[in-house]
Design a protein around this ligand. Structure first.
Ligand code: TYM
Length: 334
């Protein structure tokens, strides 16, 4: 609790171009929840270097991502929007939590297996202990709730296990966090292969809608989206392509799948795909406009970076000192 409010933490990596999946699965919910909670939204640059990055590109992307959080509707006066690397407590707590996490647990992480397969030439220890750093992010702020897409639920589960294990030894040190997954949009799939999640790192640009795609590109990608020959807009497992498009449509319009089925009853896929594309454009356009305005204002962004890093450091240090004391590190002499 901070000032009588429950705490929310979430983060995003500044690697690759953000997709509609990132927006609908996470960012949109962040905005909806931001009044109710004391919120910390991090640009998780420590996580990014588990995969090789070009340094200047990473720096640029991180700054853009921070601006995007604001453009999406998060007020940086109320929400703590900051770079993970500006708060050393993340790495310090991660080290301690590493000593309370088992190799067997980390071996079971599906994202590690996927990433290790993708980057076979660079299976580094950071990639393996990635979920521990994520646990540190969350536990450092004593977060009650963590809004994420479905692909992060396994990492939330291990975070809870680590917190409970630590608490069982040392008393109630950490708040055990709950994940928050939105009704629609929690797992947006590739437009070219509805069995695969929409991902920043997909090599086929037609598979993903990027948040900065212009309207023509968005409409074109939806027109090319893989569907089936059933020719009916129905929300069912047998039609994963159409189901994904319905999820996207519902998430952008706040309609339900039933309402959508009715709306497009007897209509062709062409008409439906166009409607989905237009719904997405109407969400992305204002976001892109705000983003373009914001990035021009260097002094404003710099001010936010400084102020919010100080705020995040304050709360992070509070938890870190408590944990350091619990595990037996000598007290600091003032
Ligand atoms: P990242 O950067 O891969 O994704 C950011 C958020 O977007 C969600 N997401 C999706 N949601 C729906 N459909 C999709 N296709 C889709 N793709 C991505 C993710 O679930 C995530 O919520 N490890 C995290 C970042 C992180 C973090 C944290 C998150 C680091 N520390 C602490 C929460 C709490 C990651 O790589 O997300």
């Amino acid at each position: 609790m901070i000032d009588g409010k429950k705490v929310l933490f979430s983060g995003m990596q500044a690697t690759g171009n953000l997709t509609l999946g990132n927006y609908l699965g996470a960012l949109k919910n962040w905005v909806n929840l931001s009044d109710e909670y004391e919120c910390f939204y991090s640009v998780v640059d420590l996580h990014s270097i588990t995969v090789r990055q070009d340094p200047s590109e990473l720096r640029q992307r991180a700054r853009k991502l921070l601006a995007l959080y604001i453009a999406a509707g998060l007020d940086p006066k109320k929400n703590c929007i900051y770079y993970q690397s500006h708060v050393s407590g993340h790495a310090e707590l991660a080290w301690i939590l590493n000593c309370f996490t088992y190799m067997g647990e980390l071996n079971r992480m599906t994202q590690f297996k996927d990433k290790a397969a993708k980057h076979a030439d660079n299976i580094n220890a950071g990639l393996f202990t990635y979920p521990v750093l994520m646990a540190a992010d969350i536990l450092l702020y004593q977060a009650d709730v963590v809004p994420v897409g479905k692909d992060q639920l396994q990492h939330l589960e291990i975070t809870r296990d680590i917190a409970q294990r630590f608490n069982a030894i040392y008393g109630e040190v950490f708040t055990v966090p709950e994940p928050f997954v939105g009704k629609a949009g929690a797992k947006i799939m590739s437009l070219q292969d509805p069995a695969k999640k929409m991902s920043k790192s997909d090599e086929n640009a037609n598979a993903s809608i990027y948040l900065m795609d212009d309207p023509d590109t968005v409409i074109r990608k939806f027109k090319r989206a893989v569907t089936d020959s059933e020719a009916q807009v129905k929300y069912c497992e047998e039609q994963p392509g159409i189901r994904n498009l319905i999820d996207i449509y519902c998430s952008c319009t706040d309609k339900t799948p039933e309402e959508t089925e009715k709306e497009f009853d007897g209509k062709g896929y062409g008409e439906f795909k166009l409607a989905v594309g237009e719904a997405v454009v109407s969400v992305l356009k204002p976001l892109q406009e705000r983003f373009e305005d914001l990035v021009k204002d260097k002094a404003y962004i710099d001010g936010i970076i400084k102020e919010n890093a100080d705020k995040a450091n304050y709360y992070a240090t509070k938890t870190l000192r408590k944990v350091q004391k619990k595990v037996g590190f000598p007290e600091r002499v003032r």
